[in-house]
Write a protein that binds this ligand. Structure first.
Ligand code: HEM
Length: 178
């Protein structure tokens, strides 16, 4: 069988409406397409994790920096670590495994292709849920009595020099010669 008989006739794929082509990607159970989706998804989260790393880097660029509060720094730390491990490293591995392993062993697809697709969408919505709670989590909410309460944990002391006891300040100051 020649390759022409199984390939899309030239130009036909491009002629189909964008919505149809998008739908094919969303509803796909093909291991190659799911592999690509996993890798694209991981690259998106790599950028988000990179922004968080950059925020931490700027904060740590000099001592007693006030770029972000300790509370926000902790959030960046947690989200950067979680994002990089669970939403970058693992999806990249799943992506390459999905794409390559069936080809390497000569199988037509993964076993249980629909379950495979379901797994990808669980991962995708898992990441969205994590970031939804990150972005929406610190909002003020009203208690049953109508007074405002903070749903975020209590604030730490200010990161400014004023909060550092004089003896510590002297000790930590790199310019003091100690
Ligand atoms: C494969 C996974 C990871 C990648 C690719 C990654 C990548 C990076 C990059 C590129 C930076 C900036 C480095 C710099 O500013 O010099 C960074 C900073 C940082 N990462 Fe990660 N990271 C990963 C996992 C983690 C994990 C699991 C944690 C902790 C739970 C973590 C904590 C930090 C911290 C605290 C910084 C700021 C350090 C600094 O800038 O001095 N990272 N990460």
């Amino acid at each position: 069988m020649s390759a022409e008989s199984i390939a899309w006739p030239r130009g036909e794929a491009a002629q189909r409406p964008v919505v149809d082509r998008l739908h094919e990607w969303v509803a796909t159970v093909d291991h190659k397409r799911l592999g690509i989706l996993y890798i694209l998804y991981a690259l998106l989260f790599l950028v988000i994790g990179g922004v968080e790393a950059t925020i931490m880097r700027i904060q740590l660029i000099r001592p007693h920096n006030d770029f972000v509060s300790p509370e926000v720094f902790n959030r960046m730390f947690t989200m950067h670590g979680t994002t990089m491990i669970f939403f970058v490293v693992m999806p990249v591995m799943f992506g390459f495994a999905n794409y390559l392993v069936p080809l390497m062993i000569g199988a037509r697809d993964m076993a249980f292709p629909r379950l495979n697709a379901f797994s990808f969408w669980m991962t995708a919505f898992g990441g969205m849920l994590l970031y939804y709670s990150f972005v929406g989590g610190a909002r003020r909410k009203r208690s049953a009595r109508g007074s405002e309460v903070l749903s975020a944990p209590p604030r730490y002391a200010s990161n400014s020099d004023a909060s550092v006891p004089h003896s510590h300040k002297h000790h930590l100051d790199p310019g003091s010669g100690n």
